[in-house]
Design a protein around this ligand. Structure first.
Ligand code: ADP
Ligand code: MG
Length: 225
């Protein structure tokens, strides 16, 4: 899948409160890319990721997935497209507290009116080391385990691309390291495209393409041939 962002901008507020969160971002993401994005707090990283994944709409600019204009879709069509084609991992995990790990993972399929592929769900749980935790509620799990449940949820619909917004930002370095290792493993094993925001230089340097964002302006700083 080929994703193309053209002059994507997001402006919040007006007058004295006007903030240019993202300033004419141009970006092309190709199938299989492993991309990292770094930048200081408030530089526009989350804004960019939300726009690239269709979670939010830009003030101006366009975004296409294989030539299809994403922001031209209606809300329902876009939600369905996102559930099927795009996985998103949040820093705060965003699991539903009243659902078990298994139910959280199955949620995107259920929202699509489909029964989740239980065999695939169990395969993912095994890959992520949470097979013994599927009947637990989120508060009964460690942060690392919650994030691994969230990764399984992001993968259940077999999307081509995974966006991760500081996925290890709420974890200690040991569980953060484990989560990153699993994400990278899954990326290679399943041939996913991965776009990750991180504060951690060591994580950023593992990516094949690296971007830095400052005051809403994005620059590619490294691309492996
Ligand atoms: P980062 O993820 O790099 O910390 P964000 O993308 O969250 O940065 O925010 C970029 C800028 O946009 C910041 O100045 C932030 O305060 C502003 N911003 C983000 N979301 C909103 C919003 N909903 N309303 C107003 N300003 C916002
Ligand atoms: Mg952010």
């Amino acid at each position: 899948m080929n994703i193309r962002a053209k002059e994507l901008s997001k402006i919040y507020g007006s007058g004295d409160n006007r903030v240019i969160a993202l300033n004419k971002a141009d970006m092309e993401i190709r199938s299989g890319d492993f991309i990292s994005i770094m930048g200081p707090s408030g530089s526009g990283k989350s804004t960019l990721l939300h726009l690239l994944s269709g979670l939010d709409h830009p003030t101006s600019g366009s975004l296409t997935y294989d030539g299809k204009d994403i922001y031209g879709m209606g809300d329902k069509e876009l939600s369905a497209f996102r559930r099927k084609r795009i996985g998103f991992i949040f820093q705060q995990f965003n699991l539903l507290p009243v659902l078990t790990a298994r139910e959280n993972i199955a949620m995107p399929a259920l929202l699509d009116g489909k029964q989740p592929d239980q065999k695939y769900l169990e395969e993912l749980a095994k890959l992520l080391g949470i097979s013994e935790r599927l009947t637990h509620l989120p508060h009964e799990l460690s942060g690392g385990q919650q994030q691994r449940v969230a990764i399984a949820r992001a993968l259940i619909a077999k999307p081509d691309i995974i966006f991760a917004d500081e996925p290890t930002g709420n974890l200690d370095s040991k569980s953060g390291g484990e989560v990153m290792e699993m994400l990278e493993n899954i990326r290679v094993k399943m041939g996913k495209t991965l776009v990750i925001i991180t504060h951690d230089d060591r994580i950023a340097r593992r990516a094949d393409r690296r971007f830095v964002i400052m005051d809403g302006v994005i620059t590619e700083t490294f691309a492996q041939k």
